[in-house]
Write a protein that binds this ligand. Structure first.
Ligand SMILES: Nc1ncnc2c1ncn2[C@@H]1O[C@H](COP(=O)(O)OP(=O)(O)OP(=O)(O)O)[C@@H](O)[C@H]1O
Ligand SMILES: [Mg+2]
Length: 509
């Protein structure tokens, strides 16, 4: 091996029972580079990184991993050993302990001590230093539970950075970050590169690979396809390596003519559940039968608060009206919202959408919905058949539908939640950032399903942080800013610039 390779994977194979998650993976990572790891949901990215962090220790896989030319033999699952080797990881799933403070989390398992007991002053002072170094506006004493998902993700990253690692692994670090936070992260990574820190970077937002990485390794079905300098790749090439075929179109063609307005919100105002803070301050829009309405806006602009309030799960309504087919709704619970014909694919799919220890089938199947709606009754065979069909059409990667959901890759878990809600045949389907963490091929399938539902007369509201997606999928787009709706634009009159101007408040409403 040459000196400038910090890491080398040689013929690494990892099986889970009958499933081969990694199959003869072989590639090298150069010292000091930002190395992208790219692949569809279930390709094996997270599994490979878990070998580097000791979740799957030495002996639990075949093949060899070399760190600085020496074979890595981690035996301790608790990542202490990986840390000692200079490997720090930010997992795809957040791992902070919610009821502990930010400081306690950052120093978990390595608390500074004085005369045998934890020195809290030192711990909080050092936490403050770390947060300041990365300009994070978070109090060291805040409990993690009180932070939003984006802040949590930044704390998680700061925690990994505080370990002064020689290899930093980021598994989808930006999924919940605002554009400003992403820019900050990119700056941090550039600076680390100057310090010769090596970074392995996983994302489904392909533009991030081009923005930040030096080279990219592509995995497909657990196998290494190729490693290339980023400069030698184009988006199209990357995608074709990933999915194993040419994919010219990002969005499926669709032609539809939306019908009459079926759902309407007028001047909606609401506070948080405690009545202490205004979250919606005048939101108006409507959706037509068979229409896809995109909702754009920056993180924190009130998009999720809007849809969860409509769904009866959040917020206290203090003004305005919501009507479905001309009838006024008073959302009080998810059950009632579903009874009124509304379904919501939630943003936090892990927390709200899944029973991790249950099978895919149980999770998708209408039995779950019965619990909410109480009025549907469907025989088991039909249920099974519907779930099978949905699982197939979304290409959920699993041995079969009886596999437990917690054995699926992150993206495939998300597909299960989406499949479940697509089966509920609502009049209005609300999707909160449905394609976050989902690979390009599966995104395309989800867009196709949305088109089919719209063609069958379902009205769809889709929140999305990806402007290209909003423009590629919606008929119209409503832009939010500071808890208010600004304008609803026809998609043919809108552009990324126009939407950003409204979202940031630069353009007059
Ligand atoms: N604990 C487990 N038990 C059984 N199978 C598993 C387990 N963990 C992962 N797998 C399987 O290994 C394969 C690779 O999963 P992995 O999580 O590495 O994918 P990934 O590339 O990170 O995907 P994503 O982009 O969705 O996060 C998948 O088929 C997954 O179902
Ligand atoms: Mg993963």
């Amino acid at each position: 091996m040459s000196d400038d390779n910090i890491l080398e994977f040689r013929n690494v194979t990892k099986r889970f029972g009958g499933i081969t998650a990694l199959d003869d993976v072989t590639f090298a990572v150069k010292r000091g580079e930002i190395h992208g790891l790219c692949g569809e949901n279930g390709a094996g990215k997270s599994t490979l990184m878990k070998i580097l962090s000791g979740v799957y220790p030495y002996g639990d896989y075949e093949g060899t991993v070399l760190l600085n030319g020496k074979e890595l033999k981690l035996t301790d699952r608790a990542i202490h050993q990986a840390r000692e080797e200079g490997i720090a990881i930010v997992y795809q799933e957040l791992t902070l302990v919610p009821h502990m403070t930010v400081g306690e989390n950052v120093f978990l398992g390595k608390e500074p001590t004085q005369a045998g007991s934890i020195s809290w002053n030192v711990l909080y002072a050092q936490t403050r230093d770390i947060l300041q170094r990365y300009q994070l506006d978070v109090s060291p004493q805040a409990t993690v539970r009180s932070l939003g998902v984006g802040k949590m993700q930044m704390v998680e990253i700061a925690k990994a950075l505080s370990e002064e690692a020689q290899v930093l692994i980021l598994d989808e670090p930006t999924s919940a970050l605002t554009e400003a936070e992403i820019t900050k992260l990119m700056e941090i990574l550039h600076n680390l590169r100057k310090l010769d820190v090596t970074c392995i970077y996983i994302t489904h937002k392909l533009e991030e690979f081009f923005r930040i990485t030096d080279s990219i390794t592509i995995l497909r079905d657990g196998k290494t396809v190729t490693t290339q300098p980023t400069a030698a790749l184009s988006r199209e090439k990357l995608v074709s390596y990933m999915v194993g075929r040419e994919m010219k179109e990002r969005f499926p063609q669709s032609q539809r003519t939306p019908g009459e307005v079926i759902f309407e919100v007028k001047d909606l105002k609401a506070t948080d559940p405690f009545g202490s803070r205004t979250v919606l301050d005048g939101v108006s829009f409507n959706v037509r039968r068979g229409e896809i309405l995109g909702i754009a806006g920056l993180m924190g602009s009130g998009r999720t608060e809007l849809v969860t309030t409509i769904f009866g799960e959040y917020g206290k309504i203090t003004g305005g009206t919501i009507t479905m087919e001309g009838r006024e709704l008073h959302p009080r619970s998810a059950r009632q919202a579903m009874h009124d014909g509304i379904s919501l694919v939630p943003e936090d799919r892990k927390g709200q959408g899944l029973v991790l220890m249950q099978s895919i089938l149980k999770n998708i199947s209408l039995a779950n919905l019965d619990k909410y709606s109480g009025f549907m009754s469907i025989d088991a065979d039909a249920e099974l058949e519907a779930a099978m069909k949905q699982g197939k059409s979304m290409s959920i990667k699993a041995p079969d539908l009886h596999a437990r959901v917690d054995s699926l890759s992150g993206g495939n878990q998300q597909k299960v939640v989406i499949a479940k809600w697509l089966l509920s045949t609502p009049k209005l389907l609300i999707m909160d950032d449905p394609t976050r963490g989902i690979d390009v091929g599966a995104k395309f399938e989800i867009y196709k399903l949305m088109n089919e539902l719209a063609a069958n007369g379902v009205a769809i509201i889709m929140i999305s942080s990806e402007l290209e997606e909003v423009l590629g999928v919606s008929d119209r787009v409503m832009v939010m800013h500071h808890g208010r709706s600004t304008r609803t634009l026809d998609i043919k009159d809108s552009s990324q610039e126009r939407i950003m101007q409204l979202a940031t408040g630069i353009a007059a409403e």
